[in-house]
Write a protein that binds this ligand. Sequence first.
Ligand SMILES: [Zn+2]
Length: 93
Amino acid sequence: MGTLRQQIIDLLKQNPMTALDLSQAIGASEKDIYEHLRHIEKSIAGQGGTLRFAPCVCAACGFTFKHRQRLTRPGRCPRCRQSRISYPVFRIE
Ligand SMILES: [Zn+2]
């Protein structure tokens, strides 16, 4: 577990990536990636690092999920009710 999380940290320090990119890069399920990210968010805070993510955007109407704190992708757009939402892009600073 420790090394997998370290791999995710190393990847996100080099390039911004979505959970989908990360799951393909390290061979874990998308669901597991979100779980790891939640732990990483806490663990890197102690080392002066921050997990940041670009807000998700609705591909249908352009609505931006600016105030969303959760790491996962929203299922549905509150404005147009469609489910064409972009993946959040994570990075570590
Ligand atoms: Zn929308």
